[in-house]
Design a protein around this ligand. Structure first.
Ligand code: HPA
Length: 367
């Protein structure tokens, strides 16, 4: 096994210079740096990261804790995180807290004990133990997707990266209202998650913008997962005056809602119109193709890494929250005709409507 001394000899520099190149602990002239990198390549030298960490007190690794890694939304976030981490020469350790507050604190502690330089965490619906741990140990952390309030009027003490939720959900509601729907149901997420609260707020905002009354019976928690959404949708369909359109507040709940509609023999959009928060790779393979809000999932992951690296470089700077815009992906489950979805043209609904058609852009950035 070649050693650092072998690299130094081959490159004609001191061992200290090799160490500075490897650990980026001091600037090294470009041609000297290149000579060291060439010698490393030629000799097949593999740095001992444990030894390096003892020198730098850094492991050049980042911990990621997100629940539901198998959900395509989080899988794409993970891809964005991984690509950005590798690009910056960091390693990645991953844990799934399973949306369980106690498990969440445990896995975050495990990552921290592995001495990751920083953490990216999508908190559970009850993140008190997590936040207390992170605060107590001053772990550089970016909260991802689910954001938290600070205590009593203060901003969150942590950097946060999330997507816009309110405006895009309002957009789904006004789109359906524009097509003549007056009773629009919401299959909402797990109480306690910021994404749930913001999407419910967006639903209310959309109704208000469309001049529609709010009926609390039309908001049913689907708890962010398919079976909860199946039950929620069945409950909505059992109302004395059931909705003529549905908004589902995430991808998993869209699947559950579609199951409930199939059980009832209701077709989309003729029997009931459907608009979904979350786009996914096969959303346009459904018949009809799903009108959806697309989150910038990969970019969310990459942005979380950027913000965390910034925090590591400037530990003292104030915490900030970054919000990324979503896109409205106009397809046909809302009731619009295929030929009306691609571009910004006046819409005509292909099911009987009580109001005139409105104009909606085909696809655009929302905020
Ligand atoms: N947050 C935001 N969007 C989502 C989630 C979530 O937990 N799950 C599926 N889409």
């Amino acid at each position: 096994m070649p050693t650092m001394a072998d690299v130094a000899r081959s490159a004609g520099v001191s061992v200290a210079t090799v160490s500075h190149v490897l650990n980026e602990t001091r600037p090294v002239l470009p041609h000297t740096r290149q000579a060291v990198l060439d010698a490393i390549e030629e000799l097949g030298y593999t740095p001992n990261t444990l030894a390096r960490s003892l020198v730098t007190s850094r492991t050049r690794s980042i911990g990621l804790a997100v629940s539901a890694i198998s959900n395509p939304y989080f899988t794409e976030i993970l891809q964005g995180v991984e690509a950005a981490v590798l690009e910056h020469g960091y390693g990645l350790l991953i844990a799934d807290p399973h949306d369980d507050p106690e498990h969440e604190r445990k896995v975050v502690q495990l990552l921290h004990e592995r001495r990751v330089d920083g953490l990216i965490v999508a908190p559970s619906a009850d993140p008190r133990a997590l936040l207390a741990y992170l605060g107590r140990h001053a772990v550089p952390t970016v909260l991802l997707d689910r954001i938290v309030d600070g205590h009593a009027d203060t901003a969150s003490p942590f950097d946060q990266v999330c997507a816009e939720n309110t405006g895009p959900t309002a957009r789904l509601v006004t789109h359906l209202a524009g097509l003549g729907h007056r009773r629009i149901g919401l299959v909402a997420g797990l109480p306690g998650l910021s994404t749930t609260g913001e999407r419910v707020a967006g639903y209310r905002q959309g109704l208000a913008a469309a001049g529609l009354p709010l009926d609390e019976d039309l908001i049913v928690p689907g708890n962010s997962e398919a079976s909860g959404a199946e039950r929620a949708t069945a409950a909505l369909l059992s109302l004395a005056a059931p909705p003529t359109a549905l908004v589902t507040a995430n991808n998993a709940m869209t699947i559950g809602a579609l199951r409930a509609l199939r059980t009832r023999g209701l077709s989309v959009p003729e029997g009931i119109a459907l608009c979904c928060f979350d786009d996914f790779a096969w959303a346009d393979l459904f018949s009809p193709r799903l009108t959806a809000v697309a989150q910038p999932s990969r970019e969310l992951g990459a942005e979380a890494v950027r913000v965390l690296l910034e925090r590591l470089a400037s530990p003292g700077r104030p915490a900030r929250t970054v919000r990324l815009p979503c896109a409205f992906v106009h397809r046909t489950s809302c009731g619009c005709r295929e030929e009306d979805t691609a571009e910004d043209r006046p819409r005509t609904r292909n099911t009987p409507s009580t109001s005139s058609a409105l104009q909606h852009p085909g696809k655009g950035t929302l905020s």
